[in-house]
Design a binder for this molecule. Structure first.
Ligand code: NDP
Ligand code: PYC
Length: 345
């Protein structure tokens, strides 16, 4: 869904991932973040850029900078991990950015999931700007399946309506595959992610049809008009219901804000959303009938039935981009690189 805004090789830099990581961390520290936050955030945005996820790659440094300027995010706060309670792991991000809270809680989530067969990680009070696939992928690296949900800001109208209620509310799922990249999907429940809408606005290109309505409720492909009106859920009433589920499960269920509350807290500052996240993990070795190899073979038959007819698995494009980035360096548009460098000055 990204606008094809970076096709020009002459306008693109290729940087080793380590160099981009060092730059992103330096910028975040210059903006006032503690070293652990800066490093965790840099890992997140560099992973997005490395995997050619333009709306959640290093472009996100600009929206994080805007969020910091808005003055609401805690820059030095240490996430507080509560003692494990049954299968539930809780971490309070203290109104800091989310990646450090996830990283700090991951070992406890893995341990509790191995113990109980299922684990729930509740992250509360975080500013959330990232894609969810890095999180579910990190969980699959431990041989566990994972599901992650989070609200955002109320930008999306329910099916049949024209006023924003839902966030762009992503859902990500990961399934571990021995000796292979995991099966991972991760998508907004809106027809287009807000990050991609912003990239269309920056590039001056229209949105695909069906992504939003203007302030009068008329269908529009103008990103500015849709930002003033409402985005639409993907798949009509089905995406709309999934989006409501995300609000409930990663908002009301965990006692944190939903997208309307996040937007109200923003008070027009244009900062990234502030709310919670729910991450569920499942241990196939504990939930199955005791033959893990058979379970894995069963899953592989499904994947083969997909790829065997020429269809691709989700994340295949991303993993191919990752391999290219590791070989040639991570592609970054020169103009974006200059904007990021300017933030370090
Ligand atoms: P896309 O529509 O680009 O991709 C959705 C998924 O479908 C990906 O896993 C993708 O894999 C896969 N896919 C795409 N095309 C095909 C195909 N032809 N066959 C099989 N699989 C396919 O994602 P979105 O634009 O909806 O979301 C982009 C990102 O935005 C997500 O990472 C999401 O987490 C993030 N986001 C974050 C929010 C937040 O609040 N933090 C809010 C909303 C979105 P591949 O990548 O390999 O193409
Ligand atoms: O792209 O919709 C989005 C988004 C919201 C918060 C972070 N990304």
């Amino acid at each position: 869904m990204s606008p094809d805004s970076y096709p020009d090789e002459a306008a693109t830099l290729h940087l080793p991932a380590e160099e981009l990581q060092a730059l992103a961390s330096r910028v975040f520290q210059h903006l006032g973040l503690s070293l652990p936050h800066a490093e965790a955030m840099a890992r997140t945005v560099v992973a997005g850029q490395r995997d050619d996820c333009q709306s959640h790659g290093v472009y996100r440094i600009l929206s994080c900078a805007q969020t910091i300027r808005a003055g609401k995010v805690a820059l030095q706060v240490e996430p507080v991990l509560a003692p494990a309670s049954g299968a539930v792991v809780r971490v309070d991000a203290g109104y800091g950015f989310s990646p450090l809270a996830f990283e700090r809680a991951l070992p406890a989530l893995v341990e509790t999931t191995r113990q109980h067969g299922i684990g729930a990680l509740v992250i509360r009070h975080c500013f959330h700007f990232s894609a969810l696939w890095p999180e579910v992928e990190a969980i699959t690296a431990h041989g566990l399946a994972a599901l992650a949900l989070t609200p955002s800001h109320a930008w999306v109208a329910p099916a049949g309506g024209s006023r924003p209620v839902f966030g762009t509310n992503p859902i990500a799922f990961g399934w571990p595959r021995p000796s292979k990249h995991p099966f991972v999907f991760d998508f907004a429940t809106s027809a287009i992610a807000r990050g991609d809408l912003e990239l269309h606005r920056r590039a001056g290109t229209p949105l695909p049809a069906g992504c939003g309505v203007d302030a009068q409720g008329r269908p529009s492909t103008d990103p500015v008009a849709v930002a003033q009106g409402a985005m639409l859920a993907f798949g009509g009433h089905k995406g709309s219901a999934l989006s409501a589920m995300v609000e409930l499960m990663a908002g009301a269920l965990i006692g944190d804000w939903m997208s309307q509350e996040s937007l109200a807290f923003d008070e027009g500052a244009g900062a990234i959303p502030c709310h919670g996240e729910l991450v569920l993990a499942f241990d196939p070795a504990r939930l199955g009938a005791g033959d893990l190899a058979a379970q894995q073979q069963q899953a592989e038959r499904l994947f083969h039935a997909i790829t065997g007819q020429g269809a691709r698995l989700p994340s295949q494009r991303r993993f191919e981009a990752r391999a290219r980035s590791l070989q040639r360096g991570v592609a970054v548009p020169r103009a974006l690189y200059a904007e990021i460098l300017a933030l370090a000055e």
